[in-house]
Design a protein around this ligand. Structure first.
Ligand code: 5GP
Length: 203
């Protein structure tokens, strides 16, 4: 069974990552979502074990020490981490896996697993991003400021990414990501060692 693809999606808070990722599943039936762990409190409507594994600071620290995370980072004063076992299980099971993680985490993933495909989602403009962040009313004013201050750092990380997409329209963005997935799957470097023999051997 060919190993699944590991697709990391990052981008500024408010760019529409969650919406894009949740729509992506109707384009890619082979796709699974890696549920991260975090120490931040759940937002309205978020469910433990579905959106995130919501952990206390001490539980998170314990899991870092146990080596349970493939990567972890402190983002906006909270800890976020990618559980290692699920990622390996899905990839060896042949499933493609999408990770919604910040730029620090993406760099760590690429180091640990150079096969990872890094996709950066950008807003059409900074103004539109501000409007989206204020409009979603899920963060307090101070949290919004923190997220806006982080954008510079995020943009500096873009050269480390493999793909850059401006999220103008959700369906278009999903089709573009699906296009990336299809192309990556056809890369010669991703084929099984005997892929030529299988096709060109005599009957
Ligand atoms: P939010 O609190 O808005 O859900 O996420 C805040 C930031 O944390 C986003 O940039 C998101 O991509 C990032 N994030 C979510 N999960 C992880 C993770 O497991 N690792 C890292 N490094 N960042 C994460």
């Amino acid at each position: 069974m060919p190993r699944g693809l590991l697709i990391v999606v990052s981008g500024p808070s408010g760019v529409g990552k969650n919406t894009v990722i949740s729509n992506l599943f109707s384009y890619s039936p082979n796709l699974k979502y890696s549920i991260s762990a975090t120490t931040r409190s759940p937002r309205q409507g978020e469910i433990d074990g579905l959106n995130y594994f919501f952990l206390s600071d001490s539980e998170f620290t314990k899991r870092i020490a146990a080596g349970d995370f493939l990567e972890w980072a402190k983002v906006y004063q909270h800890y976020y981490g990618t559980p290692r076992s699920y990622v390996e299980e899905m990839l060896t099971g042949g499933f493609d896996l999408v990770l919604d993680i910040d730029v620090q985490g993406a760099a760590l993933i690429k180091k640990a697993l150079p096969e990872a495909i890094l996709v950066f989602l950008a807003p059409p403009s900074l103004n539109e991003l501000k409007l989206r962040l204020m409009g979603r009313k899920t963060e307090m004013e101070s949290e919004i400021m923190l997220r806006l201050q982080n954008i510079d750092k995020e943009l500096h990380a873009v050269p480390e990414y493999d793909y850059f997409i401006v999220n103008r329209e959700i369906n278009l963005t999903c089709r573009q990501i699906e296009g990336i997935i299809q192309s990556e799957r056809m890369k010669v470097s991703r084929q099984a060692p005997d892929f030529l023999d299988k096709i060109f051997q005599d009957e």
